[in-house]
Each structure stands twice: as structure tokens, then as C-alpha cells.
Design a protein around this ligand. Structure first.
Ligand SMILES: NC(=O)c1ccc[n+]([C@@H]2O[C@H](COP(=O)([O-])OP(=O)(O)OC[C@H]3O[C@@H](n4cnc5c(N)ncnc54)[C@H](OP(=O)(O)O)[C@@H]3O)[C@@H](O)[C@H]2O)c1
Length: 273
């Protein structure tokens, strides 16, 4: 592969995440050729795109096709069945890039063999609209060039951070992986509280939703930290301060959030076995 020509990819699983990544690669020109393995076939929007072909499995790839990267984007529960057939594609020049929640590097090395070049990554749901946060960890066989290529592929659906310590993926899962659900719950909680304060239910929900998504967009557009933006909208003795005194009390939101994230990290460790 050359930077100009784009990479040669095998995408195993073209559902919500795999499909969003594929759209990103094609739009950015990161991939020159993608072979897709998915039981449902290719998305309608890709019919006629000469860069993308469908294969029924590892044993029916086009003649001479040697992927730079095999992106594993099937559900974790089908990985065990799907993976062994890709053992024949293990070689130093091919990276297995997994986005499957909870599947460890040791798991992939066990199913693919010790020689496998593996990147394990953990994206989150905003990746479906190109706004994800992914954290990736390489095994010891991943070269610098393979790490760069994996980074570019993951970047197609949002921001990417790399860690060397795989143990960090449990707290990563707890913060960014599961995090979107906490923010959605914040909308629900604010709406319920607005209703309790006298607002009609539908108006409370509309205000909470617009406020959380608008504040997220403002944070995204601003070079300032969240704490600076918070201080900027908190007038002394005003309404925001009255609420923050409750939220930031010793028994306020922080201990609840710390306990919630610790519970998610614990569960992530249990699920990884
Ligand atoms: N969705 C997220 O926000 C998110 C966030 C973080 C990580 N992830 C990870 O991303 C991975 C994919 O999740 P997803 O939400 O994109 O799931 P999904 O929409 O269900 O996509 C998985 C696709 O793989 C296909 N498939 C099933 N068995 C296969 C096989 N043996 N070979 C090839 N394709 C096969 C499925 O087809 P059928 O529908 O016919 O079974 C489906 O089209 C998961 O491992 C998940 O942990 C997802």
C-alpha cells in the first residue's frame, strides 16, 4: 500500500459501525479497495462503487486479494464463530483491527494464533455520525506504519486516542464507551426535574434535549475547557449558582458519577473475563 493509493481492506461486518466506517473511508479516500463480508450484503448506497466488493467469507475472497487491514466489526457474541476462518490470513503485513466491545488482545491471539498483528479499539455510538471517540491499543507486533494506518481508519468516525496499557480499556469503556447513555439520561433527568418545577412534560423534554445538545455543540466549538464555560455562565448569587451548589456539593453529582463509572469499569473487567 502507498499513502497515495489508499489501503486494501477487508471489512467483516457491515452494520451500524462497520457501515459508518466504510462511508468515512470511501469519502476520505483512505481505502482504495474494500472487500466486505456481511450476511446482509452491501448497503444499497454502495451498489456500483467499483472500490467495494462483497464476499461470502474468508474462503471466498477475490483472487490475489491481500488486505492491509482486516476490520472486525461483528457483534462480540458472533466473533468466536466468525474469527477462526480468518486464521489463514494472519501475516506480518496484515493488521486485525477490532472494534468489538470487551474482546481482548489475548482473545484474538488465542483464536488467530500468536503471530497475529492486532489492534483492539473501543469506539462509542456517536461514531455512527462521524463524532465518535475511540481508544485503541496495539499488540507488540503492530508496526509504526500499521498503527498510523489503523489511526486513519478509526479517525474516519471521529477522534482517536492510543494507550499502551490494555487495562485502561475498562475505564475507557466506562467513560467514553458507555458515556453517551449517561448524557441521554441527563436529558431525561433534567426533563423530569423541569416537570416537577411546573413545566408541561413535552416542553420540559424539548428544553432538556435542546440544552444538552446545544451545550455539547458549544463545548465542541469552543477552545475552552468545560469548567471555564461553566464558570462563564455562573453569575454570583444567580440561578445557575443556586443549582450548582446542589450539584457540586459533597453529596452531589460527583460521588454518583464516580460510583457509576467505577461500576461500569468493574463490569467491563468481568465481561472480558
Ligand atoms: N454500535 C455502537 O455504537 C458500538 C460502539 C462501540 C463498539 N461497537 C462494536 O462494534 C461492533 C459492531 O456493532 P454494530 O452496532 O455495528 O452491530 P451491527 O449493526 O449488528 O453490525 C454487525 C454486522 O455484522 C453482520 N454479521 C453477523 N455475523 C457475521 C459474520 N459471521 N461475518 C460477517 N458479518 C456478520 C451482521 O449481520 P446480521 O445483522 O445479519 O447478523 C451485521 O450486519 C460490535 O462488536 C460492537 O461491540 C459498537
Amino acid at each position: 500500500m502507498t499513502a497515495e493509493s489508499g489501503a486494501s481492506l477487508l471489512l467483516v461486518g457491515c452494520g451500524k459501525m462497520g457501515g459508518a466506517m466504510l462511508d468515512g473511508w470511501l469519502a476520505a479516500g483512505t481505502a482504495s479497495r474494500v472487500v466486505v463480508v456481511d450476511r446482509a450484503g452491501l448497503p444499497q448506497s454502495l451498489a456500483g462503487d467499483a472500490r467495494v466488493t462483497l464476499a461470502s467469507g474468508a474462503d471466498s475472497l477475490p483472487d490475489g486479494f491481500v488486505p492491509d487491514v482486516i476490520v472486525l466489526a461483528v457483534k462480540p457474541q458472533v466473533m468466536e464463530d466468525a474469527l477462526p476462518s480468518y486464521r489463514s490470513l494472519v501475516r506480518p503485513g496484515t493488521v486485525f483491527l477490532s472494534i468489538a466491545a470487551g474482546k481482548t488482545i489475548a482473545y484474538f491471539e488465542r483464536l488467530l494464533g500468536e503471530g497475529a498483528v492486532v489492534v483492539r479499539s473501543m469506539p462509542n455510538t456517536p461514531a455512527a455520525i462521524g463524532r465518535g471517540m475511540t481508544v485503541a491499543v496495539p499488540n507488540s507486533r503492530v508496526s509504526a506504519a500499521q498503527r498510523d494506518l489503523s489511526d486513519r481508519l478509526l479517525r474516519a468516525v471521529g477522534d482517536v486516542a492510543w494507550v499502551e496499557d490494555e487495562g485502561l480499556l475498562d475505564p475507557v469503556t466506562a467513560v467514553s464507551g458507555s458515556g453517551p447513555a449517561y448524557v441521554f439520561f441527563l436529558v431525561e433527568a433534567m426533563a423530569r426535574a423541569g416537570e416537577a418545577a411546573g413545566l408541561p412534560a413535552d416542553l420540559a423534554l424539548r428544553l432538556a434535549r435542546a440544552t444538552v445538545s446545544g451545550a455539547g455543540a458549544l463545548l465542541d466549538a469552543s477552545p475552552q475547557e468545560a469548567s471555564d464555560l461553566r464558570k462563564a455562565v455562573t453569575s454570583p448569587n444567580g440561578t445557575t449558582q443556586a443549582a450548582l451548589e446542589v450539584l457540586m456539593a459533597d453529596d452531589g453529582l460527583q460521588p454518583v458519577m464516580t460510583a457509576a463509572i467505577a461500576a461500569a469499569a468493574r463490569r467491563s473487567r468481568e465481561l472480558a473475563g
